[in-house]
Design a protein around this ligand. Structure first.
Ligand SMILES: Cc1cc2nc3c(=O)[nH]c(=O)nc-3n(C[C@H](O)[C@H](O)[C@H](O)COP(=O)(O)OP(=O)(O)OC[C@H]3O[C@@H](n4cnc5c(N)ncnc54)[C@H](O)[C@@H]3O)c2cc1C
Length: 296
């Protein structure tokens, strides 16, 4: 089913993101998390696409397994990095054969060791071009795009940001999923700016709880520009020990989700990092168990 259809049926829609593991240990970790999280019956799960297309086969394999074994709707992330139009077309063709009809269309970050995105010869420069390509050649596919409540670090100014986002929607994107954020005011402001820019597709809020101080550092690197509000930072620093840091981080994310739901958010996307504890705790605390299933 298309994500926009699920967004209509499940209000709000809850979804989980996983990445394809590269080691046996990582695979076990993912398997254990799936055992915990699948019974929550998220509206959909998405699988990331490693920088530079480095996980192309792994992403594909994981998507098929999740789809076959759980019956959940899956979304494949796809990037423009290091691939020609023909290669992207071939991958999409394979997805279509396997019944995967939802794509998260991204430009992608540069592969390890490179600092800037390079448009591949015969490939795309921006996500908007990838969206247009999918909609032209695979019109039956649903397409999501990335949004950045705090701004994308490479965008020269915040007005252009909305023009570029609008271009992705005009190219055919059906919904927007945001980068993680820790202050809901940034999300609400972003949604209002979308409205002003004439962007009317649903916006899904991306949530990732801090679970360790090391993880916080990694999040800062991954989501360049992410702002850790002083109130959160103070509590995390006070907690020091990772066990308490995790409690603070999960509590903060729980309050974020509670507030988003109370404000009528269309969807919440949990960046799980292949772990289940934080998402389970948030579900338990907010009484969200089976929330999507109950609206079927
Ligand atoms: C929900 C989500 C999921 C993600 N999943 C993955 C993943 O699986 N794999 C991965 O590698 N990365 C992933 N990313 C990271 C993403 O690939 C990077 O943040 C990337 O730098 C931007 O991607 P984009 O799709 O927003 O690109 P674009 O929309 O193309 O924007 C990229 C940059 O180009 C600028 N730009 C856009 N259009 C134009 C134009 N016409 N002229 C000039 N400048 C322009 C934008 O302002 C921005 O600075 C994800 C991000 C999010 C929010």
């Amino acid at each position: 089913m298309h994500i926009c259809e699920l967004l209509r049926q499940h209000q709000p829609c809850f979804s989980f993101e996983f990445f394809p593991p590269r080691t046996r240990e990582g695979a076990e970790q993912l398997y254990a998390s799936m055992v915990d999280l699948v019974p929550l019956r998220p509206s959909y799960v998405s699988v990331t696409y490693g920088a530079g297309g480095s996980t192309r086969e792994l992403t594909h394999g994981l998507l098929i397994r999740i789809q076959e074994h759980t019956g959940l709707t899956v979304v494949s992330h796809m990037t423009c990095v290091g691939a020609t139009q023909a290669e992207i077309g071939a991958i999409l063709g394979e997805y279509q054969e396997h019944g995967i009809v939802n794509i998260m269309a991204l430009r992608g970050d540069p592969p390890k060791g490179e600092t800037a995105f390079q448009q591949p010869e015969g490939g795309f420069a921006h996500a908007a071009e990838l969206v247009a390509f999918i909609k032209k050649n695979f019109p039956q596919m649903g397409v999501g795009v990335a949004g950045f409540p705090e701004g994308h670090p490479e965008t020269p100014n915040r007005l252009l940001e909305m023009d570029y986002l609008r271009a992705k929607v005009d190219a055919g994107a059906d919904y927007i999923c945001t980068q993680l954020f820790f202050d809901n005011r940034d999300f609400y402001d972003f949604c209002e700016r979308c409205e002003i820019a004439g962007i009317t597709v649903p916006v899904i809020a991306g949530i990732m709880p801090v679970t360790s101080l090391k993880g916080m550092q990694r999040m800062a690197e991954l989501a360049l520009g992410a702002r850790f509000p002083a109130r959160l930072t103070k509590s995390l620093v006070r907690a020091k020990d990772d066990e308490y840091v995790e409690r603070v981080g999960i509590h903060w994310a729980t309050e974020q989700v509670r507030d988003l739901v109370d404000h009528g958010v269309r969807g919440v996307h949990f960046y799980t990092l292949n772990r289940s504890k934080a998402t389970l705790r948030i579900y338990e605390t907010l009484g969200l168990k089976n929330v999507s299933a109950s609206t079927d």
